[in-house]
Design a binder for this molecule. Structure first.
Ligand SMILES: Nc1ncnc2c1ncn2[C@@H]1O[C@H](COP(=O)(O)OP(=O)(O)OP(=O)(O)O)[C@@H](O)[C@H]1O
Length: 568
């Protein structure tokens, strides 16, 4: 897959020179990044004369016209000085800012720099002409690629679609979280996502209005004309015009749905009840058995059930009516980073819930994938609900005993296998593991999750290296056989593997602190919370190279919560 190189995080360059104009260029200091307050960046925007751009676009000839949008016409051009191919956006004159305002806005746009954003190369403010010059992106829009695939191009497969979603999420995450003040996109849609020749997505048309500082949920008042496109606009925005970063998350959810289904956000050629993609999808969200039916038929069922379930779970979270219920784009991005990985068997690795800033994403995904949270019935009993801490200690002893018994049994089984296998057992573990991984995920009994106090879980963690531009993963499980633990995590593997794997993987693990499991009022929910105020550190760990042993305590009930929390 060619797409990953452009997904890497841009490296910040240190600024050394001044911001004064130099040789037809304006040098500026980049907006401060929140995590690098003392570092400033330098970016360069070219100032073009109208004549230069007229030459580049053959005098804005019709044959160079790429299209026309809400802000004006866009032409393809070639800069005479450098030979660079560009897209020149000639802004409609009516309602344009004055020169100073325009420059201020453009200069701040020029500071935005991310591999998943179309780069602003320069601008022209000549007389009453206002033009923006962007890198030309040759692969067309996502909308065109989905709706009218080029004859010489294979239709986008499932993994490619998830990679496009992942790239778009990265661009949006940059605007929301890495730029200060955050930039609300306002008009995210499939026709504003351009694809390069490698199908790497680039968001265009962002930030054409300056946004004020946010409070709370980065709520920002809409100060200028209403934007957005029907079918993509969040309901709160359509109703009252209030824009937040969560409005962008809604639009992103619609784009993700388009990638999954191959349908348009709004398609007036369809029957009434199918015209609006979100309205059509809502009842299906509640019925996972119907998920395969919503997938783009062009994919010919070439997708994994787990990947589909999780992608639909993410999309359905994003398009929730209530903005605060929608996930953060950073969590969406993390989830998609896992769903977009190519694996040998085509089945995406399970998403480690530790990666998320917000619990809601873990909950939604765990409902769709027993690899994330899967209770084992063997130790969960009704009586356990009223257990005391001494009960729990003895339960730990019982668990240890059980683990030891299983370990013994497993060793005996392996011995007999070795004898009968004539030395060919070197691969047997791998094969055994593969067999188990290929098993369909066990359904999650959510009720049982919430009620059981002595649920044992094992956690399936991933080893991810996003920084190097490639994503690799391996799964491992680990249990706890010591310490006052009353619960752990469970993957979709059998418990029988547990002790052996523990021995094999133990030295690889670093410890992730302060994980809790709690029961909430909502009997459907199991929360995995980060108890540490410095949660960001943990997120940082999980985003980059996650090797963690997770140990989980449990709440007894809502009233007399007895939280057990052990670090080892
Ligand atoms: N940097 C670019 N490289 C290549 N094509 C581009 C570029 N920017 C815009 N285009 C193309 O120019 C056309 C007009 O784009 P523009 O973004 O102005 O409008 P739109 O996305 O069609 O509508 P809207 O204004 O509602 O977003 C589109 O077909 C778009 O794909």
């Amino acid at each position: 897959m060619h797409c990953f190189p452009c997904f890497s995080t841009p490296r910040n360059k240190k600024s050394s020179s001044s911001d004064e104009a130099n040789n037809n260029e304006v040098k500026l200091h980049e907006r401060r990044q929140p995590d690098e307050a003392e570092q400033s960046e330098e970016t360069t925007l070219k100032i073009f004369s109208f004549r230069e751009l007229a030459t580049a676009t053959k005098n804005f000839r019709q044959e160079c016209l790429l299209g026309e949008g809400g802000f004006g016409r866009v032409y393809k051009g070639t800069l005479k000085s450098t030979g660079q191919v560009v897209a020149v956006k000639q802004l409609d004159k009516h309602g344009l800012h004055g020169n100073k305002e325009f420059q201020t806005e453009v200069l701040s746009l020029g500071q935005l720099d991310h591999p998943n954003l179309v780069k602003l190369v320069g601008y022209c403010a000549d007389g009453d002409q206002r033009l923006l010059v962007y890198d030309y992106i040759s692969g067309g829009t996502l909308e065109d690629n989905l709706q009218e695939p080029k004859p010489n191009r294979e239709p986008m497969d499932w993994t490619m679609r998830m990679q496009i979603a992942y790239g778009a999420a990265q661009g949006l995450e940059y605007l929301h979280d890495k730029v200060d003040p955050p930039v609300i996109y306002r008009d995210l849609k499939a026709s504003n996502i351009l694809l390069d020749d490698d199908l790497c997505p680039k968001l265009c048309d962002f930030g054409l209005h300056k946004l004020g500082p946010g409070t709370g949920d980065k709520m920002m008042a809409l100060s200028s004309r209403v934007m957005g496109t029907y079918g993509y606009s969040a309901p709160e925005y359509t109703r009252g015009g209030t824009l937040t970063t969560k409005s962008d998350v809604y639009s992103f959810g619609v784009v993700l749905l388009e990638l999954i289904t191959g349908r348009k956000a709004l398609d007036t050629t369809k029957p009434n009840d199918e015209q609006n993609l979100v309205s059509w999808a809502q009842p299906i969200f509640r019925d996972p058995k119907r998920y395969p039916d919503m997938v783009d038929p062009i994919l010919k069922k070439k997708f994994s059930e787990r990947g589909l379930n999780q992608a639909v779970a993410i999309a359905s979270m994003c398009v929730q009516e209530e903005p605060t219920a929608r996930p953060l784009i950073s969590d969406v991005m993390v989830a998609l980073s896992f769903l977009s990985m190519s694996t040998e068997d085509g089945i995406p690795t399970a998403v480690p819930m530790l990666s998320f800033k917000d619990k809601s994403m873990s909950i939604a995904l765990s409902r769709h994938d027993s690899n994330l949270v899967s209770p084992t019935p063997e130790v969960a009993t009704e009586d356990d609900k009223s257990s005391t801490s001494s009960d729990e200690e003895s339960s730990v002893d019982n668990e240890k005993e059980m683990v030891n018994k299983k370990k013994k049994k497993k060793l005996e089984e392996e011995d007999s296998l070795t004898e009968s296998d004539d030395g060919s057992d070197s691969n047997s573990d791998d094969e055994h593991e593969k067999d188990q991984e290929s098993q369909p995920p066990k359904p999650v009994d959510e009720k049982n999750q919430a009620q059981s106090l002595k649920i044992k879980y094992r956690y399936s963690w991933e080893d991810v290296d996003i920084n190097e531009g490639r994503l690799s993963s391996k799964s491992s499980q680990k249990s706890n056989d010591g310490g006052s633990i009353s619960s752990g995590y469970e993957s979709n593997k059998d418990h029988d593997d547990l002790p052996k794997e523990k021995e094999e993987k133990e030295e690889d693990h670093t410890h992730l602190e302060h994980m809790q499991s709690s029961k909430t009022d909502d009997s459907q929910s199991v929360y995995f919370d980060d108890d540490d105020d410095s949660g960001d550190d943990n997120e940082e760990v999980s985003l980059h190279r996650v090797k963690s042993e997770v140990e989980v305590g449990s709440f007894e009930d809502d009233s007399g919560a007895s939280l057990h929390h052990t670090e080892s």
